[in-house]
Design a protein around this ligand. Sequence first.
Ligand code: SD4
Length: 325
Amino acid sequence: MSQRRKFIKQSLVSSALFLPGVSAFSKTLEKGLQKEEKPLILSTWNHGLPANKAAWNKLKETGSILDAVEAGVRDTELDMENLSVGLQGLPDREGITTLDASIMTGDGACGSVAFVRQIKHPITLARAVMEKTPHVMLAGEGARQFAIAQGFPLEKEELSPKAKVEYDKWKVTSQYKPIINIENHDTIGMVGIDSSGKLAGSCTTSGLAYKMHGRVGDSPIIGAGLYVDDEVGAATATGLGETIIRICGSFLIVELMRQGRTPQEACEEAVKRLVTKSKNIQDIQAGFLAINKYGETGAFAVHPGFNFARATSSENILIDSKSHF
Ligand code: SD4
């Protein structure tokens, strides 16, 4: 069993409080897709459970959905089990871990950082780009210099013990296939709505393992990995960034919702588009998560295996997404 599978299994067990049985699980899924609910916080994969909890606590504390989506994914950025988010994530081919992150609110404010090194919380740096610069995106050394100027501590550049073991194994063959293994992605994307209907979203990742040095994925690209519009809803993505960028995935979902699709229909249509535009689709996983301004939920993926955490005032549960194949 892969590490990721094991981890999912453990998380399912640890969230058993919210999952009394399989039938209740699927009933909740149907309810979740149709029922309007506010506040509501959604995030990708099983680490979304603790991330949602952190976001919910922050929402209670400050009342700000922006604060909530930042705090939620900061939790994942520190999760040493997660090899796809934060400085503990798997490195690029040169053995260097580089991070991408973005944040956005429903009034159009957004910020992101790409290809950034030595920063423990790239999501907070993305928020600083949004709030303290005239720009949307800073990359590489410029992002790092901005972080220093803003007083962010620079972390030592060394691989986490788990990442080092994996990288050393990978170096034996150094074979890179520009595809994402279905088991090998754990980016966190989070979208949320408060009780007044304000939306915000966040996305943070170390990107594809063993990518080329300098490669940037979908997560920091506004409209690809994340898009938020108070008039309509919000969407975020996980999976092979290249395919998501090609269809402007998150923007596409928000625009489909603007035209009247439900979040579920919009996610399914985006996956359909992605499937028709991608070669080697059997080897590619991508998943989308969406929310509309009424607090309805949608999720869909290319292959089975994608799941997401959904937090309301009464529960925080892990839900299996449906998929194209
Ligand atoms: C990327 N979308 O950089 C990210 C990959 C991912 O967990 O989801 N990783 O392409």
